[in-house]
Design a binder for this molecule. Structure first.
Ligand SMILES: [Zn+2]
Length: 239
């Protein structure tokens, strides 16, 4: 099971983000953890951030509770809580750890949770822009010569989970469809043709549309979140 000491740099989402992510609530059965009660207000806000908060980095796999004696509660989303230059990053399972296992998250994390502006608000976007994460993303976009800018990313209205062609392995799928179009002068005409072009991406849904095509990856037991891309858009959305 993935374990990080509370407040330690977190490389779970890729080395490039290690300096900007601080781990909170990555518990397992092999390491002692702090007991405590953050209080109902913090708990409620954490729950909201788990549901609505932007997923800054794509789903990286299931997180299973190893503290449970019998059923190992699993979670898939993560909390990204901006605080100055850094984000606190916690698996959604932190809610379960608090509620079921008496875990007490660090005080500074609870403070950041309480102070986090409403998801999608100008304040929320500003708080994200302040972080080192934003600097890293901006640098990547420039290096990759993406048509996407940091502002584009931060302007995505809330509800669309934060993702983009720039950071997703799914970007490769888009590139392969574009390569197909370059060769054939058209997009794949059917899901069968799309599947043959994108065989290595596993399960997918594909449909021609007025603008071009709509592609969805994921949505399986192993990859429960769905990556959706409509040609002509700059964005993938995660649902
Ligand atoms: Zn548990």
């Amino acid at each position: 099971m993935t374990h990080f000491e509370d407040l330690s740099p977190c490389d779970y989402f890729g080395e490039e983000y290690t300096a900007t992510f601080r781990a909170v609530g990555w518990l397992d059965e092999c390491h002692p953890y702090t007991n405590g009660d953050p209080g109902p207000e913090v708990f409620a806000k954490m729950a909201k951030l788990a549901t609505d908060g932007w997923q800054l980095v794509k789903f990286m796999g299931w997180h299973s509770c190893t503290l449970c004696r019998y059923d190992h509660t699993r979670s898939v989303r993560n909390l990204f809580v901006p605080a100055g230059k850094v984000f606190y990053v916690a698996p959604e399972a932190i809610l379960h750890y608090v509620a079921a296992h008496g875990y007490g998250p660090p005080h500074e994390f609870c403070q950041a949770v309480l102070e986090c502006p409403p998801v999608g608000s100008d304040g929320y976007i500003e708080a994200i822009r302040e972080t080192e994460w934003a600097t890293v993303v901006h640098r990547q976009l420039v290096e990759d010569e993406e048509e996407l800018t940091l502002d584009d990313i931060l302007r995505i209205h809330h509800g669309a989970q934060l993702s983009s062609v720039a950071f997703s392995a799914a970007k490769l799928a888009r590139d392969e469809i574009e390569a197909f179009r370059h060769l054939n002068g058209r997009y794949p005409a059917s899901i069968q043709e799309a599947q043959s072009v994108l065989a290595r991406f596993g399960d997918l849904r594909y449909q021609l549309s007025d603008e071009g095509y709509v592609l969805e990856l994921g949505g399986t037991a192993e990859e429960p979140l769905v990556d959706r891309y409509a040609s002509g858009s700059k964005f993938w959305t995660i649902q």
